[in-house]
Design a binder for this molecule. Sequence first.
Ligand SMILES: Cc1ncc(COP(=O)(O)O)c(C=O)c1O
Length: 387
Amino acid sequence: MKFAKRMENFGEGVFARLAAIKQEKILSGVEVIDLSIGAPNIPPPAHVMKVLAEEALKPENYVYAVTDTRELLKAASDWYHRRYGVEIDPVSEVCSLYGSQEGLSHIALTLIDDGDLTLVPDPCYPIFADGAKLAGSKIFFMPQLKEHDYIIQLDKIPKDIAARAKFMVVSYPNNPTTAVAPADFYERLIHFAKRNDIVVLHDNAYSELIFDGSRGSSFLSFDGAKDVGVEFNSLSKTYGFAGARVGFCLGNREVVKRVKLLKSNVDYGLFLPIQKAAIAALRSPQEVIDKTRAAYIERIDALIDGLNAAGWQVDKPKATMFVWALVPENFGTSEEFVKTLLEKSNVLMTPGSAFGPSGEGFVRMALVQTADTMKKVAAQIKSTIQF
Ligand SMILES: Cc1ncc(COP(=O)(O)O)c(C=O)c1O
């Protein structure tokens, strides 16, 4: 058998190594608390699950959907208007995705020819670089450093790199650093993209998970954004829809048109009951999200107050569903520290190095356990590690 060379760019790496240790522990009867994967465990509102259940019982809903229903696109467009004050034409400026992940893994096929260049934040959510690599792109990393509050320094991108780049991925509130970008960053971003003729993909998965009382915005709410790019949005975190797989690509109609064209060739649309449930979620009273935010704040307080009491000084995140913490002194690399925590405290986190070179020196904790379990995490770390 002869396999494609492109897969040599991908490997399980650190995740496989950590999974092996976790498995060994579980086999020996030890309970491991897993904070490594950002799999949300707060379910959708009951009325949304009811719509899904009822629609799933209708035989006529088992045909190929083929494409998005008009009602779904209108619900997404209305949501953008209500929530961000952004006008989206439901016919030409939005299409659904099997989650943002699917869109981010395919969109580069519409933008990249072999050997082109993509600008990707570092550290970043892995599909930002992997989607581009799958399409044959070379990657230039834009560092997101603590000393700049993890905001990309656009003026540090070399001119020849900016001139060559086809598209760039940007995402705030940011996974893994939890940073939120100020408004003037988006103004500079749009100016930069126009000057260099670069398509911007803004991933806005966490606009609803900001914890300091401020409201997240949309890249598309800034002047000129639609001229240069699109936004990805997702029901996964906002409405607990992760397994149901619903996201959207919205904004520039030329980009949306090509995503639709690609998808019309490779898939048959979202399962109709899922489209109906997504409409119910998008039209939900926003209080359901207040409850989700409150649950995350409770988890953050339980975890971080406990870790600080254990002697590991960690800041509370302003946004997202993660904690991004410096590896304490004398604990080696991020991977070594994660192994120590797993072996001694039975807690699994993700080493920052898994998100790119600038992630070294940090670990990421996903807020995917209840507040009580978070207290347990802190207690187990306190009783097993001397900071
Ligand atoms: C930044 C970011 N984008 C996209 C996704 C995936 O979202 P979806 O479930 O819509 O594919 C995640 C999931 O963790 C994420 O952190």
